[in-house]
Design a protein around this ligand. Sequence first.
Ligand code: EPZ
Length: 419
Amino acid sequence: MEKLVVTGPTRLEGEVTISGAKNAAVAILPATLLIDGTCTIENLPNISDIKISCEILEKLGAKIDWIDEHTITIDTRNISTTKAPLDLTSKFRASYYLIGAMLGRMGEIEVGMPGGCKLGARPIDQHIKGFEILGANVSLEKGTIYAKADKLEGSSIYMDIVSVGATINVMLAAVLANGTTIIENAAKEPHIVDVANFLNTMGANIRGAGTDVIKIKGVEKLHGNSTYSVVPDQIEAGTFMLAALATKGDITLKNCITEHLDSIIAKIKEVGGHVEDYGDSIRVWCDKRPKKATIKTLPYPGFPTDLQPQMGVVLSLADGTSVINESIWESRFQYTEELNRMGARITAQGKTAFFEGVESLHGAPVYSTDLRAGAALVIAGTAANGETDIYNIEHIDRGYENIEGKFKNLGANIKRVRE
Ligand code: EPZ
């Protein structure tokens, strides 16, 4: 078992390069199943979710060559089975994208219910509704999803809930369907635009990604034979921006798209941080204690739930009492108990948490309850006095490339220890 040991307090200073977006990459990889050929994908984050995605594709018959640690060439001409390996698909959430992609490619898929962070109920009814409207039969037996379609027919689908996963999954299924599919009330996250851009580069006809109406005109085939670079990760970027605030530091982020960070920039300024925006890089610094704030998580372009725990660290240290309302995931305040062990004063009640700001945190043994909670604990440990031992770091490794290396380069005293 490995843990991260962080000894603080440290004021983080310097430059960090942002990796490719996990939540785009975990959709783009299964999307390659729609291609009858080869393609090259660059700027993949070097994280465990990507390694598992590649293993799954290989088990289905894809051939993957690693050009370097961020680039693969993938050949999906010889997909040989429609049964996804349960031991691997149960490890992460994005395995649900195999359903849309394989329905499009093979007309059939058998896959275990997806795993991933325990953030409360994570239904996939909107995905299933979309597939059924396109003409698929979907059933769930003993934890396995069976989906089958003779031919998918384009149609109009209104999403009852704004869902990132359902929007992408239905888009995947519609790319090779007969006729036009219209997704209304679609999610608008940058990774949705990125998946659409990838598919269009490979020969798909998708318009409107990034708005709440997406139109997909079915095409005969995707030709592949192209190279695509994954968009920078706006959540990793936001994590470092908030780390600058929590440690009263000064960090410049390279390789980011600052347009994707508007809601975060706005909140950083509101709590007294400073931002210099250069378009593809951004400097964030803070020279005094952050001010209190009120935050509600919302689908993009609102404040992202995936940065809520990291913002929670900033507000734990703010002057005054702050409030966060979590509107996406019912169990995303589990990290608050861990921060309280470090001296924070947080009361979480259902979807709302109250942060009575303290002057400083102290080190403690803490448990990463999910991916973003883990990132928040790394920030908290860097800001806190003394030693923080962070356990369950496999959650962090799922979504952050070389987190200890990046924090260390900014001055943090952090090491990975095998116990
Ligand atoms: C994606 O999850 C991300 N995961 C999550 O990131 C992120 O928190 C979430 O979007 C919201 O931004 C990936 O992209 C792999 P949703 P997803 O469908 O697609 C409800 C991280 O830390 N819902 O947009 O599963 C659902 O319960 C992770 O990187 C239904 O009711 O999220 C939730 O309340 C964690 N029925 C809301 O919609 C459905 O069929 C939004 O979920 C689908 C969703």
